[in-house]
Design a protein around this ligand. Sequence first.
Ligand SMILES: Nc1ncnc2c1ncn2[C@@H]1O[C@H](COP(=O)(O)OP(=O)(O)OP(=O)(O)O)[C@@H](O)[C@H]1O
Length: 466
Amino acid sequence: MDALWKNCLDHIEQKILPENFNTWFTPLYPCAKNENTLTLVVPNRFFERCLRENYLELIQETLEYFANKKLEVCFQVNGISSGIETPFNGNGNGNGNGHPPVSAPSEARMETPASSPHVEVGESSRTESFLNPKYTFDRFVIGPNNQFAHAACQAVAQKPAYTYNPLFLYGAVGLGKTHLLHAIGNQISNQNPNLRVRYISAERFTVDLIESIKRDKMAAFRERYRPLDVLLVDDIQFIAGKERTQEEFFYTFNSLYEYHKQIVVSSDRYPKDMKNIEERLRSRFESGLIADIMPPDLETKMAILYKKADFHEKEISQDVAMFLANNIKSNIRELEGILLRVIAYSSFTRRDIDLELAKEVLKDFTVDKNKNFSIANIQKTVAQYFSIRVSDLKSKKRSRDISIPRQIAMYICREYTQASLPEIGRQFGGKDHTTVIFSHRKISSLVKENNEMTGSIQQILNILES
Ligand SMILES: Nc1ncnc2c1ncn2[C@@H]1O[C@H](COP(=O)(O)OP(=O)(O)OP(=O)(O)O)[C@@H](O)[C@H]1O
């Protein structure tokens, strides 16, 4: 495992800029390998997300070359494995030419988001929008919180464009929207391989659009979407405030709808709560069926734990399931994370999975999660990092040297604390919660394209976690 990873690192080092290699690869190390999977330890969730978005493809291609077969990459955050369902191109990523992968498209995207005409970002978005074969209906646990959404999705999958069109899936973070979108796509593709089904996140759609405009390839862009039979768009709230994307999405929507093609979108808010979205789009979303997914109750959380444990060929007892389910509020991604940590811990320590072990793991998990991530501490660390005062962060000053750190601090508060939006706003000198939403959205989109910004946030998180 170590030798394999070392070969990969040597190769990747040749492919990307030294500063990026140091930032994103030096802290990585492998902790487990089995026949199909290599698990890499990453310092935190933010790091993992950046790595996935920018380097996952390169890592997978390189691993495939040196291992001589396809290996799935999982990530473990400080011992919390969160890469259980790593989406990958089930059709194979290898370049198939017998040479180590030579391109790092995501790298180029990260370096020069706005000035690299040779970079096939559209291409990359296409490869990243494959259906994940693991997200199927039979792996989805139905409970009172999601049975309506599940039934609506199944109806759509059985008869696309027949019952609910569009279908609008609403649910908070980590409650299964993406899973259901893929499940629809997988079922339709299995039932009718001739239908053209495409899953895409709204963010990828936006990137694809921007690149197509920049490279004067709009005809090709439209060709990619308009002949589809089924379009599944994840996290549609991302297009709020992006006029050109909304316009193009509107045309795509209309063209598909007119030809009786199925459209399903997911969002973390209801259409009526989506700000900065054109009225004509909002009314399109409202014209179909809106199905919501609510947080799971205790029994559903336990059923999910049993199912996920079974998938990993482990058994967990009722008291362990109840204990974990009781202690993780609602985010199912988090529930999966803790389960994986329990499984990993039991295997490293060669102990059975019992209540005592679960308690030990949960204690670390909670400490890790909450350690140093109070709003006050985040403000202090961000202020120190940018050499400004905490009072500047709370002030109304709008100069860039203050407003950017303020937005970064709000972003970290939103991502890493349980504080509500109004509470975060209050602690920043009585700002409105919409300012927090705006900051979070702005920084979220910037970190996807700006290497300097991601580097700074990563360093701040390192300080907070140390
Ligand atoms: N009912 C369920 N049964 C089994 N697994 C589930 C269920 N709901 C969610 N999950 C799992 O939880 C994880 C998070 O789900 P998913 O990514 O679909 O959430 P999401 O609502 O799209 O979140 P986000 O808003 O962050 O995109 C996935 O691994 C998914 O398989």
